[in-house]
Ligand binder design. Sequence first.
Ligand SMILES: [Cu+2]
Length: 144
Amino acid sequence: MTTITRISLAALILIALGVSACGGSSSSSTSSSPAASEADEAMSTTTAPPVAGASKVTLTADPDGQLRFVESTATATAGPIELSLANTSGVPHNVAIKDTEFETQIETSATATANGTLKAGTYTYYCQVPGHEAAGMVGTLTVK
Ligand SMILES: [Cu+2]
């Protein structure tokens, strides 16, 4: 009786360990940059490695929390571009460029960055948080 109870307990513990181990591995991050440290992610996010000499486009979310970018227009040089949104407000924002790969993470009180390349042209950047573009969180990027 005692032996059977011990075996059953041991089996239950093994099952429990097995389940938790499986749960742990299957819930691993889906991040596309697993090498990034948690400290880095807390400060900024990046969708692709930065390119040396990239044309930097730095936008700023309204610091008072209004749904707008401080810059309604921006310019960049065609080629590799580093797009950043500095957000010091308590409102979550991001920046994306329509019809391109550029899309930063949504951040609150942090700076988010996306890297990629753009050809010369006129692009529209906007905030993807629902309602923000409609409220006016949109601008024009001219790439030459
Ligand atoms: Cu926004």
